[in-house]
Design a protein. Structure first.
Length: 206
């Protein structure tokens, strides 16, 4: 992975670190010395895959668990679609950040709790079993606004899309910061055409 001109490698201890530059034997792209796999083509670069298998098992378990926690909308997430974060609030309200889109479910009521959202003028969520859902692909998103304090215990930020702004509000700054950070990461990965290393590990053939 190359960030601001610095070559980073997924080291055996699971961290990203500066490493020497080598070439992947499969795709010839630059890789960091000590990397477990090529982040471009997924070629495994170590003989002992015990550590990778353990990480993969944990990631795949969490991905499956997230899908089970949102039964009403799990069908909207493809089997190979990596979930960055799922917020499950009371009354089956969900905010889901995946590598392909943002999903908001049952958060559009004026009598909102824990998480709420307002839609661009003229936009309507679609109805599915159990409630209303809005899917916004990262290709439709222009930018993400800063998180701001809105009074009391409410924090908000805006997702600017080609169709208008989606304002997302939360009770509590921690949930708001977590969702905001994951949306920023997912959008950055989309814009730079990169997959999250965790998503790559999930898809490795070990």
């Amino acid at each position: 992975m190359n960030i601001v001109g610095v070559q980073l490698a997924l080291a055996p201890q699971g961290t990203l670190q500066v490493g020497g530059v080598l070439a992947c034997p499969k795709c010839s792209r630059s890789i960091g010395q000590g990397a477990w796999f090529c982040v471009n083509c997924g070629q495994v670069l170590v003989n002992d895959t015990t550590g990778l298998k353990e990480i993969q098992k944990k990631l795949q378990f969490q991905q499956q668990r997230d899908r089970e926690l949102m039964p009403e909308i799990a069908h909207l997430v493809k089997p190979d679609e990596f979930i960055y974060f799922l917020l499950h609030a009371k009354r089956n309200r969900y905010c889901v950040v995946t590598e392909r889109k943002l999903i908001l479910f049952n958060v559009f009521s004026r009598l909102w709790a824990h998480i709420g959202a307002s839609l661009p003028t003229g936009s309507e969520p679609k109805h599915v079993d159990g409630g209303n859902v809005l899917e916004t692909s990262w290709g439709e998103v222009v930018s993400i606004g800063q998180m701001v304090y809105s009074g009391g215990v409410v924090f908000v930020f805006k997702v600017q899309t080609f169709k208008g702004d989606i304002q997302i509000k939360f009770i509590g700054g921690q949930n708001c910061r977590t969702i905001h950070r994951n949306i920023m990461i997912a959008l950055n990965h989309h814009n730079t055409q990169r997959r999250d290393p965790r998503a790559l590990i999930c898809s490795l053939k070990l």
